[in-house]
Ligand binder design. Structure first.
Ligand code: F3S
Length: 67
């Protein structure tokens, strides 16, 4: 089974913070209001919440990649 990792494109991120609402255990904002990934073990319901964050981000700054 391939593992997934989540990547935030900080050039695209505008700090809308919908990803934090969807998955507060995975995302946080840095001092420039750019999302950073605070957890990397993406399994089960965590992966589902990250999927919701990918969909909700209005500027498509979040992507899921298989490692
Ligand atoms: Fe940035 Fe999108 Fe989250 S703009 S703060 S990655 S919802």
């Amino acid at each position: 089974m391939s593992r997934m990792r989540v990547v935030v494109d900080t050039d695209l991120c505008e700090g809308h913070a919908l990803c934090l609402n969807a998955a507060p255990d995975v995302f946080e904002l840095d001092e420039d209001d750019r999302a950073i990934v605070s957890a990397v073990d993406l399994t089960g319901d965590v992966l589902a919440r990250v999927g919701a964050a990918v969909i909700r981000c209005p500027v498509q700054a979040i992507s899921l990649q298989s490692t």
